[in-house]
Write a protein of this length. Structure first.
Length: 212
């Protein structure tokens, strides 16, 4: 990797969130180095990160472009375990292997590893995942250390290497969706939805047509 890209990459928080418009921190660093992207798109690094990039590149600093996100306290994902059906979609979506679980078994988030990228949230078919701020008011690089960034980068690169070599070091990486899996997933989603609807009706003292 060219030295300049490596130096830029070292100033990015390695959340791999994609909010900057690129699919990885490496892609964004490469675009910056090639003059194809401005330095102010990384909300996770915040204004401090932008200022550090400006100093490195000897250019004028810029305010964060909020079209690509706001600078906020660090967030981590949590899974509502009662709603989790073990579909492994979130495990595959996590860029840093912060979600632990197996096919058709309950998943959970290892919060120390979670970068708060949020990629898992919209992909959960049962809306069982949500983001919550950690108990800290610091934002950007003040909420996320260099050591955490380096650890996240290492886990990201290891996962990319594993996927590229098509190994099965993580159960979700080798999970292929088949028609039977799709049918099971859809039927489970419908079943859970019906159960939740019946519970709501029960809470309001209304009997459902199927229970009369």
């Amino acid at each position: 990797m060219p030295v300049l890209i490596e130096k830029i990459l070292d100033l990015l928080p390695q959340t791999q969130c994609g909010r900057c418009g690129f699919d990885s921190c490496t892609s964004y660093a490469t675009a910056i180095a090639n003059g194809q992207a401005p330095i102010n798109r990384c909300a996770a690094g915040g204004q401090k990160g932008i200022d550090q990039l400006a100093t490195l590149l000897n250019v004028e600093t810029l305010p964060l472009d909020t079209a690509y996100g706001e600078e906020t306290p660090r967030q981590v994902a949590t899974i509502n375990e009662e709603n989790c059906i073990g579909c492994t979609i979130c495990i595959r979506m996590c860029p840093v292997d912060a979600i632990i679980g197996a096919n058709r078994m309950m998943h959970t988030v290892f919060t120390d590893y979670c970068t708060g990228c949020g990629l898992c949230v919209p992909r959960c078919p049962l809306d069982a995942i949500s983001l919550h701020p950690v108990p800290d008011t610091h934002t950007g690089w003040d909420a996320w250390s260099k050591e955490q960034a380096q650890s996240a980068r290492l886990r990201y690169e290891r996962k990319q290497t594993r996927l590229a070599s098509n190994t099965t070091g993580h159960i979700a990486d080798s999970f292929e969706t088949t028609s039977s899996d799709d049918t099971l997933l859809k039927s489970t989603i419908v079943k859970r939805a019906i159960e939740r609807a019946r519970k709501r009706l029960h809470d309001y003292g209304i009997k459902s047509a199927t229970t009369r």
